[in-house]
Write a protein that binds this ligand. Structure first.
Ligand code: FES
Length: 163
């Protein structure tokens, strides 16, 4: 013989089911927002460096660029320095956009006009004008950004290719 559910027990069960449903409705969008970046790849957009008309050949020039982060979660862009180097190659001018982050322990390097090299102040690392590590502890060249020119305006993306 079938047991009948008491009204009280039915009300408790209905309240619990309704509570669970409301909790799911509230939690699902939050959980989705938190987990969604794990399942989506963020594209690396082109980032405008600026007009490089005034950059002299043979003199690395620093530009401050708002660089988007590569992290999956929404993090505001960070200011990075990109050194723009122009070199004469035959009859053409080659443009090299270099990171200023030392490949030893990530200190900021700067162009030293007297040395005619990039100098890292932390441990004396040296890089040539093309970003090649030529002295001190840095194990690799400075990172070179992918780049494109639209007229004289330079854009960079990623930080994937080494000098
Ligand atoms: S951090 Fe640049 S040489 Fe060590």
């Amino acid at each position: 013989m079938a047991r009948r559910m008491s009204r009280r027990r039915f009300m408790v069960l209905a309240t619990n089911v309704a509570g669970a449903g409301i909790t799911l409705l509230i939690a699902a969008p939050i959980v989705g927002e938190v987990l969604q970046p794990i399942f989506t790849r963020r594209a690396h957009p082109w980032v405008r460096v600026g007009d490089i008309t005034q950059v002299p050949v043979g003199l690395p020039t620093a530009y401050v660029v708002q660089m988007p982060t590569t992290q999956a979660w929404k993090v505001p862009p960070v200011a990075r320095i990109v050194y723009v180097v122009k070199l004469n190659v035959g009859s053409a001018v080659q443009v090299l956009p270099l990171s200023n982050v030392c490949t030893h322990m990530q200190c900021d390097v700067h162009w030293d006009q007297n040395l005619q090299q990039f100098l890292c102040p932390c441990h004396g690392g040296l890089y040539s004008i093309t970003g090649v590590n030529v002295g001190g502890p840095p194990p690799r060249p400075l990172f070179r950004y992918r780049h494109k020119l639209v007229g004289e305006t330079l854009y960079v993306r990623d930080q994937l290719t080494e000098a």
